[in-house]
Write a protein of this length. Structure first.
Length: 404
């Protein structure tokens, strides 16, 4: 049963389950991470540096490993290695509170993401056709986000019985991450991987993926700078959690709102992908940018839990139209044999922008107050949506190799 006769194949389902368990592990820690870090002496700026640095490690490595995956024609080996690295890294925070070791743990966890992500997305892309990319990436995103709802819910239950016991949660998080790694062995590498000799002949090195820009399609070159601008203004979601704490919400309320957000995110990811396939990925992504602008503009002026709930409902809608849609969009603007490289180029440069956004957001918060750290991204997202509305992408939803 090939990818053209069935939208959700066995491989897509297994990869979605892998992401589900990995996100249970990761999101078990996300709501308590800023609280825990502040309790051991981290400033908001240092938290921003940690999160930005972690995302930078993930992103900058995506380019190298994405190109290496394309060059060798191998996918699943990178997927397995990436999930294993993240699983091993998580418990370190449970044993040590030294800032250096915390940085090592968090960055190693995200480095695993860098190793696996583009190879995994290339597998998803190869399992379907352009007309179904939004659905497939939306389906995968929904499982990913279901895990992101279960994780914080588990954290909520644990903290109810053991309030303030943050460190042990990093050890607990190891186990669903291990399950995620073991599930990758249900997927086999093709017997004869398609080795890309053209990529092998190109300049090697960690930053060799940057050569992709020269051969990228015109539409790719229009879209990617816009996505990078968004990464430059979009700081870590940790700041949303810190703002709720700043506005007086308790740990339990904060986690409840975050769980609610992930439920909305999970529920809408597949429908968002369907809408993207039906009416266009461009319009779907622009709609998400408008939602982001509304949320970030309103966040500094919100104080009640129910209003935060409304904003996180809108933020869940935004999230469902953002990452999965962007990845589907990029794969439709790149040749099949260079899918991981095309994704890697974007995600690697994006990581630098994310680092700047997170550190900048932390510095704005510490020196000028939290309001400015939210208003500037809100205005930036509004301007981005206008740019995306104006530009024309001729071969949207058509692979470059098939474009006339």
């Amino acid at each position: 049963m090939g990818p053209k006769t069935k939208i959700i194949t066995r491989t897509i389902l297994v990869l979605s389950l892998v992401s589900l368990f990995n996100d249970i592990s990761s999101e078990l820690l996300i709501p308590i991470m800023p609280i825990y870090l502040k309790s051991i002496g981290f400033t908001v700026a240092l938290i921003g540096l940690l999160e930005g640095g972690a995302q930078f490690a993930a992103g900058i490595s995506k380019g190298y490993f994405g190109k290496l995956s394309d060059a060798t024609g191998k996918r699943i080996v990178f997927v397995r290695l990436g999930y294993l690295l993240s699983a091993v890294a998580k418990p370190i925070m449970g044993f040590f509170t030294n800032p250096f070791l915390i940085f090592v743990s968090r960055i190693s966890d995200r480095l695993g993401k860098g190793v696996r992500t583009n190879a995994r997305d290339a597998i998803l892309s190869a399992e379907t056709i352009p007309e179904n990319k939004g659905k497939v990436f939306g389906f995968h995103q929904s499982f990913d986000t279901i895990g992101a709802a279960i994780g914080p819910a588990g954290a909520l239950v644990y903290l109810y019985f053991y309030p303030g016991h943050y460190q042990s949660m990093f050890i607990i998080a190891f186990f669903p991450s291990l399950v995620s790694t073991l599930l990758t062995f249900l997927i086999k590498e093709p017997q004869k991987p398609l080795v890309n000799k053209e990529i092998i002949k190109e300049k090697k090195g960690f930053f060799g993926f940057l050569n992709y820009w020269g051969s990228a399609s015109k539409s790719y070159k229009k879209l990617v700078p816009a996505l990078l601008f968004f990464a430059l203004i979009n700081s870590s979601d940790t700041f949303l959690l810190l703002m709720m704490k700043h506005q007086g919400l308790s740990d339990v309320q904060l986690i409840l709102v975050y769980v609610f957000y992930n439920i909305i995110f999970a529920a809408l990811s597949y429908p968002a992908g369907y809408i993207g396939d039906k009416f266009g990925l461009k319009g779907t992504f622009i709609f998400g940018c408008f939602l982001y602008a509304i949320v970030y503009t309103a966040f500094p002026f919100t104080h009640s839990m129910w209003m935060f709930g409304v904003l996180f409902f809108l933020y869940g809608m935004f999230a469902s139209t953002n990452d999965g849609i962007a990845r589907a969009w990029i794969t439709n603007l790149s040749e099949k044999k260079q899918t991981a490289t095309a994704l890697g180029f974007y995600t690697s440069i994006s990581s630098i922008c994310t680092l700047i956004a997170s550190v900048g957001g932390g510095l704005l918060w510490d020196h000028y107050g939290p309001a400015l750290a939210f208003l500037l991204p809100g205005i930036g997202a509004f301007l981005l949506s206008i740019y995306l509305w104006i530009i024309k992408i001729r071969n949207e939803d058509i692979p470059v190799s098939e474009a006339v």
